[in-house]
Design a protein around this ligand. Structure first.
Ligand code: NAD
Length: 315
């Protein structure tokens, strides 16, 4: 993958927490809220859970991987908040919804949902089995929608407030060969974020419920570190996202940057950015200064189509 193919930013990017999103700036910002984070046993999800806990939220850590949850649990509990751990496959509808109920019984009503669990398979569609391709859509897109669908009526009945952060990816906005399931599920998640925010307005929820799609930066985690399987590497060489070495080179952001951005969004301080696709490396102050109205008018931070000049995406 050649990064230049996707564009090189001309504005400085953040790689670690800064100014308004540092733990000090967010101390107490989410006190007593309940945040449910999927895929929080390791990687970016673990950092998100810890950031939410640091900002005062009680956290529900949900993951397939039961063994690794203990570490996240310990780190979160060190901040004096309530922590619940839940072993659950987010694609299993019945278990997922029962787990949501259990979280609410044990910790209280969920105020913040962070759809972080995600999987990536580096294998062209042509040589994938359909179930393994489709599983990416189920984990990355179906599960976030299942939880969202279950929570929205609860938000409505509890005063019309809430926050949903969908951990998306830059992959949802670019073409990366060998990651069909990943890019399409993330693109769907981003567009779903824009549309859902508009839909919420129909029920008077636009002001109180914020939905965000967030690119977490490039973080070296278990997800990409292992690269493609042997047979794929043999057949296609270096095409696609690449191997462990390539990943290390490209993915240099700390997971705390995403974690702290989530804590900032959960606090409501980024409400003006609801419905948008955000990259946590871009300074949130700059976005707020630009203003919601201008962003909406110019379709900034929105996944769309860019026809040749003069041809618009009219109905
Ligand atoms: N790492 C990056 O640079 C990067 C870049 C863009 C987007 N993302 C997104 O960030 C999120 C977190 O990625 P990460 O890099 O920390 O990955 P990771 O593989 O390190 O962690 C993902 C976690 O999700 C859990 N999980 C996977 N399938 C699950 C399921 N069916 N049910 C419950 N839990 C499940 C895993 O057990 C794991 O703990 C993902 O949505 C990913 O697409 C990551």
């Amino acid at each position: 993958m050649d990064p230049a193919e996707f564009g090189i930013s001309t504005t400085p990017l953040h790689h670690a927490p800064y100014g308004p999103i540092t733990p000090e700036a967010l101390a107490g910002a989410n006190t007593s809220k309940v945040a449910l984070i999927t895929g929080a046993a390791r990687g970016i999800g673990a950092a998100i859970a810890e950031s939410l806990a640091k900002s005062g939220a009680n956290v529900a850590i949900l993951d397939l991987d039961i063994e690794r949850q203990a570490d996240t649990q310990q780190k979160c509990a060190a901040h004096g908040v309530k922590v619940g751990v839940y072993g659950c496959d987010v694609t299993d509808e019945q278990t997922l919804l029962a787990t949501l109920d259990q979280v609410e019984q044990e910790l209280g009503p969920v105020d913040v949902l962070i759809n972080n669990a995600g999987i990536l398979s580096q294998r062209p569609l042509l040589i994938s089995t359909f179930p393994s391709f489709w599983r990416q859509i189920e984990v990355n897109f179906k599960a976030p929608l299942l939880l969202t669908h279950a929570l929205l009526p609860r938000f409505l009945s509890r005063g019309g407030t809430g926050c949903i952060i969908n951990i998306a990816s830059r992959s949802g906005t670019v073409d990366v060969p060998m990651t069909m399931g990943y890019v399409t599920s993330k693109a769907a998640l981003i567009r779903g974020t824009h549309t859902l925010q508009k839909e919420l307005g129909l029920d008077g929820l636009d002001e109180g419920v914020g939905v965000y799609a967030l690119h977490p930066g490039g973080v070296f985690t278990g997800m990409g570190g292992s690269g493609a399987e042997e047979d794929v590497r043999e057949r296609y060489g270096g095409v696609g996202v690449g191997d462990e070495e390539g990943f290390r080179e490209l993915f240099r952001d700390g997971p705390e940057l995403c974690g702290q951005t989530c804590a900032w969004l959960a606090s409501g301080r980024g409400r003006e950015l609801r419905g948008f696709y955000l990259d946590c490396r871009q300074d949130v102050r700059k976005l707020l200064e630009y203003g919601r109205e201008a962003m909406l008018k110019e379709k900034r931070n929105t996944l769309g189509v860019n026809f040749l000049d003069g041809y618009c995406n009219e109905p």
